[in-house]
Write a protein that binds this ligand. Structure first.
Ligand SMILES: Nc1nc2c([nH]c(=O)n2[C@H]2C[C@H](O)[C@@H](COP(=O)(O)OP(=O)(O)OP(=O)(O)O)O2)c(=O)[nH]1
Length: 136
């Protein structure tokens, strides 16, 4: 990953709410951050709008469709391999959408918001959780 703080890799993620719960996905073995939990999503392709990338990634990873309720503040985070800029979107499943299934993740879990602060969360997601738990 060739990225600097001035030119980070753009990543989108979905905070999918269902009632009081939010969907977390566990990163699979063999990938960066393997075993850690994240919000589903992925890298924005060249020429793609962030929301477009979000819908594409969710269909690929979970086979579901969402409606975006709110865009959160982007998080700039440095990993050993470079910088990412993470764009969080608060979503709900679209009426009639299929249930999310883990096509690429090890496991999916629905957690209460207060349980999002966990040590095995992808580090770039920590400010997202802080934003969710401490709205301005
Ligand atoms: N999808 C997603 N990725 C996240 C989150 N938090 C976080 O640090 N990331 C990182 C992990 C990856 O390095 C990158 C997203 O890459 P990706 O999910 O599209 O693809 P990948 O696993 O093949 O990525 P990589 O191994 O090449 O880094 O952003 C998150 O909440 N959701």
């Amino acid at each position: 990953m060739n990225a600097s703080p001035a030119m980070p890799v753009d990543v989108v993620c979905a905070v999918i709410r269902r009632g009081e719960q939010i969907l977390l996905a566990q990163r699979p073995p063999g990938k960066r951050l393997a075993g850690l939990w994240e919000f589903p999503g992925g890298k924005v392709d060249a020429g793609e709008a962030p929301e477009e990338a979000l819908h594409r990634e969710l269909m690929e990873e979970l086979g579901c469709e969402v409606e975006v309720l709110q865009a959160g503040p982007p998080v700039l985070h440095e990993y050993d391999w470079g910088w990412i800029r993470l764009f969080p979107f608060v979503c709900v499943l679209s009426p009639g959408s299929a249930e999310p299934h883990p096509h690429e993740h090890t496991e999916l879990i629905w957690v209460f918001q207060k349980n999002l602060e966990r040590p095995d969360l992808a580090p770039a997601d920590v400010p997202v959780v802080h934003w969710l738990c401490n709205p301005a």
